[in-house]
Design a protein around this ligand. Structure first.
Ligand code: MRU
Length: 368
């Protein structure tokens, strides 16, 4: 997608042919900074510190991290070390483990001399495949938006609400939740996005708003608590969110607060869709209760970072010094509250049978 009119991906191989470039998402929306990752530990730290974030991008970064590791040491022990370091960075997004298992399965049977080149090629392919998958999600989600637009007055805006950032910054390009939105916008549909700010890290306010703005998609940032009110007043036509892991039964784990949006959507008859690439399905987890929920540092809740009127980036405390805080990063939305799963192979019912029939190879590899 575009930044100041120029096309970017969120991660790419540097022109030196070996180091990895990624947009530093901790600095947005105030500064557009491109980071350079030169070894596996830097890739791991980029994921841990949320320089990169979002389930598909975490997976792609881990794959490149493995390639960087193989460049320095292509032994069996180095594969295991890189796997262990990278997989421990964040617990909830299953794309991380999926990408690392892809890399490990590819590299182990090869001789050490062939491993670095093979790892770079597979990491690049994982990144490219993510873009193709998201374009499939765009097509399938577009049909949902088109059907809703057809029921509205000609030219009337379709209002989509989204939570967190499941945009192109969270993937390699296009995004998952945003892919149908970008396609609808590019095809001339009048589409408007309600952007949940998404406390505590504000990925909606700082990232989704930034990327929609750069692509020219009309949007409005709202405090997280606003969605229910908008739904009660008919101001939301549908919700599309991303996900970090979909359990075999269709339960959806996503950024904290997603569940409350799904409850409000259910109460108000607003369709609630989840957009996901197939690597986000975890057939090893039978329902959402088994998904590990990341708990992050209290400073994300106790402080806010922003730009002052004179241009400085400052962090200020907003909670009394003595007050304990809790920071659960994700929650689980039960499948019964989900209208449909928008995947690259179609819009599915959030049910085990539909997931298994549509992605049999994912189910088979989980069983191994
Ligand atoms: O903690 P984050 O910013 O990595 O959380 C991201 C989300 O919850 C996204 O919605 C999810 O990863 C899907 S990204 C396409």
């Amino acid at each position: 997608m575009k930044v100041d009119g120029k096309h970017f991906r969120s991660i790419w191989l540097d022109e030196d042919g070996w180091s990895v470039r990624a947009i530093d998402q901790r600095r947005l929306p105030h500064e557009f900074v491109i980071a350079r990752l030169t070894n596996c530990l830097e890739a791991a730290e980029a994921i841990r510190s949320m320089l990169v974030r979002g389930a598909p991008l975490i997976g792609a970064t881990a794959a490149f991290g493995m390639a960087l590791a193989m460049r320095e040491d292509a032994s069996d022990a180095a594969i295991d070390r890189a796997y262990a370091v990278l997989v421990a960075t964040r617990p909830t997004a299953i794309n991380l483990k999926w990408a690392l298992e892809e890399m490990r399965a590819l590299l182990r049977p090869l001789g050490p001399a062939a491993r670095a080149a093979a790892a770079y090629a597979r990491a690049a392919a994982i990144a490219d495949e993510d873009v193709v998958i998201n374009q499939g999600i765009a097509q399938n989600g577009f049909a949902v938006i088109e059907a809703i637009a057809a029921r509205k007055k000609p030219g009337e805006a379709v209002n989509v609400l989204t939570h967190c950032n499941a945009g192109w910054l969270a993937t390699v390009d296009w995004g998952t939740a945003t892919a149908p939105i970008y396609l609808a916008h590019d095809r001339g549909h009048n589409i408007h996005v309600w952007v949940d700010e998404t406390r505590p890290r504000n990925q909606g306010a700082s990232l989704t708003a930034w990327e929609l703005g750069h692509h020219g998609v009309p949007h409005t940032v709202i405090p997280d608590n606003t969605g229910g009110h908008l739904m009660q007043h008919g101001m939301v036509d549908l919700i599309i969110v991303g996900t970090d892991r979909v359990a075999a039964n269709g339960d959806v784990c996503n950024k904290i607060g997603t569940y409350l949006k799904a409850l409000a959507a259910f109460d108000n008859g607003v369709p609630f869709y989840v957009a996901l690439p197939s690597p986000t399905i975890d057939f090893n987890v039978s329902d959402g209760r088994a998904v590990p929920i990341e708990q992050r540092g209290g400073e994300e809740v106790a402080t806010m970072t922003g730009r002052t009127a004179d241009g400085r980036i400052e962090t200020v405390r907003i909670v009394p010094q003595e007050s304990p805080v809790a920071n659960y990063a994700f929650d689980v939305t039960p499948a019964r509250l989900v209208t449909g799963l928008i995947t690259e192979r179609g819009v599915l019912k959030p049910e085990r049978m539909a997931l298994a029939a549509t992605f049999p190879e994912r189910m088979a590899s989980a069983a191994e």
